[in-house]
Design a protein around this ligand. Structure first.
Ligand code: 13P
Length: 246
């Protein structure tokens, strides 16, 4: 049985190191004894050094630069993140597309750099309110994965995050998430093969909480969750872990 993946995206939270440590320890505590589940916590870069991952709860980051090092003021490379304990990186998140102007071409460069640094790349795709899911998601996948080999795809995870569901409390219906997941696999089949498409984990993100979490696994048949707001509440996040881990 393959492990379900639960990724906590803390975004620009919490404000204090002590809070970050407490939240991380609570996630580890919540994961104790839970089987068949991989938890990944993605804190802001500055807390990486003070959080000690274990087998069940690994560390990731929410962004990286596309170069290894150099004159890029204020940036952090995938290699630096990896050296600081990160094993995963979230790329193409809608907040970075929206506020930092990230394009699919930039995201493509970042994925390549992440894979070179031996990070697993979590590519976020999803449409805005009023947009056609299939048109947006297909284009994002084709451009973001351009030039990636079958071998490189072993370290890529897809996350369907409809922009209208992120941080809004309007989560996507399990049926729509099922359709999006199938569409993502169809697109990967066209680009690679059915075999590969079935192996790539596809997650759901957008207003996931302790109540709606199981539907995305059971009804939408997805491989895990990308959790924002609910991952900042220790009790709620532990509830999600226990609910999916069962
Ligand atoms: P919310 O769970 O707060 O909607 O955020 C989802 C998200 O952006 C995860 O990457």
């Amino acid at each position: 049985m393959t492990k379900k993946i639960i990724i906590a995206n803390w975004k620009m939270n919490p404000k204090k190191a002590k809070e970050a440590q407490a939240l991380f320890e609570a996630a580890k505590e919540g994961a104790r004894g839970v089987k068949n589940i991989q938890i990944v916590v993605c804190p802001p870069f500055v807390w990486l050094g003070i959080l000690k991952s274990n087998v069940q709860v690994k560390l990731g980051v929410q962004n990286c630069h596309w170069e290894n090092s150099g004159a890029f003021t204020g940036e952090i490379s995938a290699a630096m993140a990896a050296d600081s304990g990160a094993e995963y990186v979230i790329l193409g998140h809608s907040e970075r597309r929206r506020y930092m102007g990230e394009t699919d071409e930039i995201i493509n460069l970042k994925i390549k750099s992440a894979l070179k640094a031996k990070l697993k790349a979590v590519l976020c795709v999803g449409e805005k309110f009023g947009e056609e899911m299939s048109i947006v998601v297909e284009s994002q996948i084709i451009k973001s994965l351009a030039g990636l080999s079958v071998n490189q795809m072993k370290d890529v995870i897809l996350a369907y995050e409809p922009v209208w569901a992120v941080g809004t409390g309007h989560n996507c219906s399990p049926d729509n998430a099922l359709s999006a997941g199938l569409f993502i696999r169809k697109t990967l089949t066209k680009l690679y093969s059915r075999f590969l498409a079935e192996k790539v984990p596809v997650l759901y993100g957008g207003s996931v909480d302790d109540e709606n979490d199981n539907a995305y696994i059971d009804q939408s048949r997805l491989d895990g969750l990308l959790v924002g707001g609910a991952s900042l509440d220790a009790e709620e996040f532990a509830g999600i872990i226990k609910g999916i881990g069962r």
